[in-house]
Design a protein around this ligand. Structure first.
Ligand SMILES: Cc1cc2nc3c(=O)[nH]c(=O)nc-3n(C[C@H](O)[C@H](O)[C@H](O)COP(=O)(O)O)c2cc1C
Length: 265
């Protein structure tokens, strides 16, 4: 078993020199939502320790998706710092992956700049605040933001992007029938609750092209009675293996957002 850990493994287009990946864990080292020297030194040391790949923790794809101070926000202004970060990781012989996400109703109002978005608005289950229901247009905008973030990750020299679809963040809020009470095509059936995830993965895969490996992180249970359980979560894992997602043409971003995606970087 221990020997196996030190054998090579293929992940998308990457060949990892062993099977250890430092998973995303919030570093709190991004004042002004940008890369700091501390963040670079931190990941440099993780890479020097011998992991095959290190994950730069949660980077919000838009301001409304920020959940903490000192958290990364993957926008144009962050790219120069991120380039230094990926160069440092590569110099130590490891691959670099960045986790991208939106936190929906877990957003911290003082940093995200407004009432947080939820699949279904109302009293916030995660804190003493109110949230509001995301409109279809806002959902599409966030899907578009995932695409933009992926392109920026590519420009920053990352080898992979990890879509955060777990831990009660926005995508998992949609999947959870406990949290998502929508009556439109994003709520109700399992198929509908997984639509936002499908749309995000599709945009991320299209934006990644052949340059980036795409990873998705999700939870098996969300901890709510009547919420996501192992059966549905493993169903999603089976349904959304790369080939399936690419063959799903029915969900396309409307023209307005496609234009933003093309012109934003
Ligand atoms: C301090 C801390 C911060 C974390 N931040 C993130 C994060 O930003 N994104 C994420 O997907 N998981 C995050 N996690 C979860 C870890 O990546 C990991 O999934 C979790 O710790 C379970 O793995 P373990 O059993 O090896 O600890 C965090 C965990 C800790 C302890």
């Amino acid at each position: 078993m221990a020997d196996h850990l030190f054998t090579a493994a293929k992940l998308g287009h990457l060949v990892l020199h062993n099977r250890s990946i430092r998973s995303a864990a919030f570093e709190g080292m991004c004042p002004g939502h940008r890369v700091s020297d501390d963040l670079i030194q931190y990941h440099r040391s993780v890479a020097a320790g011998g992991v095959a790949m290190t994950t730069v923790a949660y980077a919000a794809v838009s301001k409304s998706g920020l959940s903490f101070d000192h958290q990364l926000w993957l926008r144009k202004e962050a790219v120069p710092g991120l380039r230094l970060l990926t160069e440092a990781i590569h110099k130590e012989g490891s691959f670099a992956v960045i986790q991208i996400g939106h936190c929906g109703l877990i957003a911290k109002k003082s940093v995200s700049g407004g009432v947080c978005l939820a699949p279904t608005g109302g009293f916030n289950l995660y804190g003493p605040t109110l949230s509001r229901t995301a409109t279809r247009d806002e959902i599409w905008e966030i899907v578009c933001d995932f695409g933009v973030a992926t392109r920026l990750a590519k420009e920053s020299g990352f080898d992979a992007v990890e879509v955060h679809a777990g831990h009660g963040y926005f995508i998992s809020q949609f999947i959870s029938s406990y949290i998502n009470k929508r009556k439109d095509e994003y709520g109700g059936s399992f198929e509908n609750r997984a639509r936002f995830l499908r749309e995000v993965i599709r945009e991320v895969i299209l934006s990644a092209g052949s340059a980036l490996t795409v990873v998705v992180k999700m939870n098996l249970r969300d901890g709510f009675t009547g919420g996501t359980e192992v059966g549905e979560a493993s169903g999603i894992a089976r349904m959304y293996s790369g080939k399936m997602v690419c063959s799903q043409h029915e969900e396309k971003l409307p023209g307005k957002w496609r234009k933003k995606l093309r012109t934003s970087i």
